[in-house]
Design a binder for this molecule. Structure first.
Ligand code: ADP
Ligand code: MG
Length: 527
């Protein structure tokens, strides 16, 4: 298992490089092949020129054809190398992309309720999926393109110099122009690129909320409004892409101008030297032909810049999340809460959802409660009074803003979240059901539990008979979020989950609100 890079104290670029760790073998393979490919590319024009100059005029046909077959062989090798680069290089890129995705998912899983209150699912989905798509390409093509272009540009330059060094200098002057141009435009291109990603995330958010709220939309006959809402986001995306392409177009347009004007300059300067008699026609024709060897890698560099900007935009958005610390973490030497009796005590507990904003009214204010083990404690109050909030403080879904909560005398902030929550069973107001079967949903509390235990828990929660009446019994599919179940059935499956877990502390947050009086009585009795 690789250790996680230190996201706080390293720069963007360094962090990107750090992700090559663990794939250095593939990286080296990719680079070696890339180098060999550029060597072959440089060799061909040089060797063919030499052989045409030497072997043909002297009638050395045998040597000429031997040299040509060597070139054919070199191209066979080159295509094999290309295969390796394309296949293994891309795999390396995807491995890195997958590594980042894994880190990101791990990190998001560690986040507290507050994080998910403030970040929309569609946004997070985008960060984990689309934002990282271009990273693989950059990770693989980036260094390879740089290396191949670097070698061929230098190589081509040397060859051009050997023909006519003054013309070569004119050609080479385009390189600094290219660099300056890139530096000037880079800022703007990066900014729009990040913007495009943010808009894509908005599209995802809009789709997510549109589809998950489709039932409500239909109930209010609001499909058209939803469509409009989506169209607007979609247009905003088009607009941001327009900005992106605009920046790219300026970049490409400028680059193309520099590259083509170069040929004109060469002819102009060449013409001048011919008139002065220091260069012959053959020289300038060969020279012009060689320029293409030089242009290909420069074009590659242009493509690289584009790739770099798109990839880095995704990487920056990746870093934004990686650099956000979960606001609830285990203390360094947090104890493991064990042998829980279940004495819960609230001491002067105050709580506010927006702790950084002191003007916000407290949701809970100076609460003192003592719940001895083995007792049942009920909280009654108006809707919005803070009952759910109170329930959420005990498993430390949120941290209290003032005061403390203890279980058997242990402050819950000094024990591990895992051990704390292992000892608490909570049935929330709206129980979440995973898409899957009834069986899987009850077994969620303890996937290793034998079937009898699950059935027993279902019986205690008064849901067994209803499950048996379903088409496939315990293996019936319940739909996303349990849409195929009634509210009361969902609540009882939630309760069955907690029975299966059988923790010392049980929290029911209006968990029987959707049950009829008789069933409720039986469920409460079972508890
Ligand atoms: P109850 O369960 O008693 O009906 P809640 O505990 O759900 O009440 O809510 C108490 C108050 O806290 C309400 O005013 C509600 O608007 C606010 N609130 C609840 N959840 C959040 C949240 N995740 N973020 C911000 N405010 C919240
Ligand atoms: Mg509530």
């Amino acid at each position: 298992m690789k250790s996680k890079p230190d996201y706080k104290n390293n720069g963007t670029f360094k962090l990107f490089l750090m992700h090559y760790k663990g794939h250095l073998g593939l990286f080296a393979l990719d680079m070696c092949c890339a180098m060999a490919v550029s060597a072959v590319d440089l060799m061909f024009p040089y060797v063919s020129k030499k052989s045409m100059e030497r072997y043909l005029p002297e009638g050395m046909f045998k040597t000429f054809f031997i040299v040509m077959s060597v070139i054919v062989a070199a191209y066979v090798v080159r295509s094999i190398l290309y295969f390796i680069i394309t296949y293994w290089g891309h795999r390396m890129g995807v491995y890195m992309e997958a590594d980042m995705r894994k880190e990101l998912f791990d990190h998001i899983e560690d986040m507290s309720f507050r994080f998910f209150d403030n970040n929309r699912t569609g946004q997070l989905m985008s960060r984990v999926t689309t934002d990282l798509f271009e990273i693989a390409e950059l990770a693989h093509h980036g260094p390879e393109d740089l290396l191949i272009s670097g070698i061929t540009i230098i190589g081509a330059f040397l060859i051009l110099c050997s023909i006519e060094w003054r013309l070569a200098l004119i050609v080479f002057a385009s390189v600094p122009v290219f660099v300056v141009f890139t530096v000037i435009l880079r800022r703007r291109m990066s900014r729009v690129s990040v913007e495009v990603k943010a808009k894509m995330a908005e599209i995802n958010t809009s789709i997510e909320s549109g589809f998950s709220g489709i039932r409500t939309a239909k109930a209010f006959a609001m499909e058209d409004k939803e469509r409009e809402k989506f169209y607007r986001t979609n247009e905003m995306y088009v607009e941001s892409r327009r900005g992106y392409y605009h920046a790219m177009a300026v970049f490409h347009g400028g680059m193309e101008f520099v590259l083509s004007i170069m040929s004109v300059l060469v002819i102009m300067a060449g013409g001048y030297y011919i008139m002065k008699g220091t260069l012959d026609y053959i020289g300038i024709v060969t020279f012009s032909l060689y320029i293409s060897t030089f242009l290909t890698p420069v074009r590659k560099l242009v493509a690289f810049v584009e790739q770099y900007i798109a990839g880095m935009a995704g990487f920056k958005r990746f870093l934004e999340i990686m650099r956000t610390d979960p606001d609830i973490t285990d203390e360094e030497n947090a104890e493991i809460l064990s042998d829980v009796k279940g004495n819960i005590r609230f001491t002067d507990v105050s709580f506010n959802y927006r702790k950084d904003d002191p003007d916000q009214p407290e949701v809970l204010n100076d609460i003192n409660i003592d719940i001895p083990a083995g007792t049942c404690f009920a909280v009654v109050g108006p809707s919005g009074g803070g009952k759910t909030t109170l329930c959420h403080l005990i498993p430390r879904f949120y941290d209290v803003t003032a005061g403390s909560i203890t279980i058997d005398g242990h402050d819950i902030r000094h024990v591990t979240q895992n051990s704390l929550r292992k000892n608490i069973g909570i049935v929330q107001q709206d129980v979440f059901m995973f898409a899957g079967t009834v069986y899987e949903n009850i077994a969620y509390a303890d996937p290793a539990a034998p079937r009898e235990k699950i059935i027993e828990a279902a019986k205690m929660a008064e849901i067994h008979d209803e499950i048996m009446a379903m088409p496939d019994g315990y293996d019936s599919y319940i739909g996303e979020r349990g849409v195929m179940l009634s509210g009361g059935q969902k609540q009882r499956i939630g309760i069955a989950r907690v029975f299966l877990k059988n923790p010392p502390i049980i929290i029911l947050d209006e968990a029987t609100s959707a049950l009829d009086a008789k069933t409720e009585y039986e469920v409460v009795n079972a508890i």
